[in-house]
Design a protein around this ligand. Structure first.
Ligand code: MLT
Length: 330
């Protein structure tokens, strides 16, 4: 990717050493979503714990709603050391470190427990090392946001036939683009920061994201119909610039890692405690919710049959997927 190349040419030029954020005692944290969702909850918890653990010597300022740039740009800025932290969807990290794509392959993660097992186990550890190597950012925490459901402003969708003719926004993520193509439509790749306006102005008919994100972003104001597909469980890592991390004293690094781990535990509990209620609230506010017909079978068959093999190479080989499935007991 060009962005990755940009980050690395600057790394090679040794410009990181002079990055201003490295010396900061107040760190900046970018968040792609508005305040109030799982990204915010993880970030808040991390901020509180980190400030406590460093006895107020260090603090974190949070900038929600893409104020510090689109999610994919924040990865590049963190790689450059001009941004300290970012919370963003894993699918927006994949272009910079393709092996994390294994977490976005459709229907691999089938429950919140699967998501927790992968992120906190060997797989998560390996992917964290890969993002440091490939993208110059370190994953220090995870927000668990629930399954990405499909929303649209036109009509109830329960089958792939219903999907035909719909203009659906997806992140600029090749796995997600290929998944919609396997379902028979060409989706519209678009930055997250442009999505609300595009839905509002009906440039696109729909998008997918978890209930908690739909609510935090107030998508219910511009989307009426929801389909409970479960193709991707949304994982949203908290990343820190590796150059910023390496410039910290060992006790500060330790505080970052501990605060990240504890905020991750909090995020899992938060999802369990809130998701059902948020779904009910969205229904009360007028969203019409449907399940895909026949247990989602046609969606699953098309996506796993054609999308998985297309991405074996980019995730590091079929063995990597087999390892993940084995870790999940499948
Ligand atoms: C996206 O759809 O680009 C992201 O999943 C949005 C998010 O970070 O919540």
């Amino acid at each position: 990717m060009n962005l990755k190349k940009t980050a690395f040419s600057l790394l090679a030029a040794g410009l990181l050493a002079s990055a201003p954020a490295a010396m900061a005692t107040t760190f900046k944290m970018a968040l792609g979503d508005a305040a109030g969702g799982t990204q915010w909850e993880l970030g808040q918890k991390f901020k509180t714990l980190f400030e406590q653990k460093t006895a107020g010597k260090h603090s974190v300022d949070m900038f929600p709603n893409g104020q510090l740039g689109d999610e994919q740009n924040t990865v590049n800025n963190a790689a450059l050391g001009t941004l300290d932290f970012s919370v963003l969807a894993i699918n927006n990290v994949t272009p910079f470190s393709p092996t994390v794509g294994v977490l976005t392959l459709p229907y691999v993660i089938q429950s919140a427990e699967d998501a927790e097992k992968l992120t906190l186990g060997e797989v998560g550890k390996e992917l964290t090392e890969n993002t440091i190597r490939d993208a110059g950012v370190r994953i220090v925490g995870w927000a668990y946001s629930g399954f990405r459901v499909l929303t649209n402003s036109k009509k109830p969708v329960t089958s792939l036939d219903d999907l035909k003719g719909m203009v659906i926004r997806v992140p600029k993520n090749e796995i997600m683009i290929a998944t919609y193509q396997s379902w028979g439509i060409n989706p519209t790749p678009m930055a997250w920061s442009e999505t609300f306006t595009a839905l509002q102005q009906r440039v696109v008919d729909g998008q997918d994201n978890p209930y908690i994100t739909v609510s935090a972003m107030k998508f219910n104001e511009v989307q009426k119909y929801v389909t409970n597909i479960r193709y991707i469980f949304s994982l949203e890592p908290l990343i820190v610039s590796e150059s910023v991390f390496q410039e910290q004293k060992p006790e500060v690094q330790q505080a970052i890692l501990e605060a990240g781990r504890e905020a991750t535990e909090h995020s899992f509990a938060y999802l369990q405690a809130t998701e059902e209620q948020i779904k009910k609230d969205l229904a009360e506010k007028g969203m019409e919710i449907s399940d895909p017909a026949n247990g989602e079978q046609e969606w699953i068959a098309k996506a796993t049959g054609t999308v998985w093999p297309q991405f074996y190479d980019s995730i590091g080989g079929k063995d990597k997927l087999d390892k993940v499935l084995k870790a999940l007991g499948r």
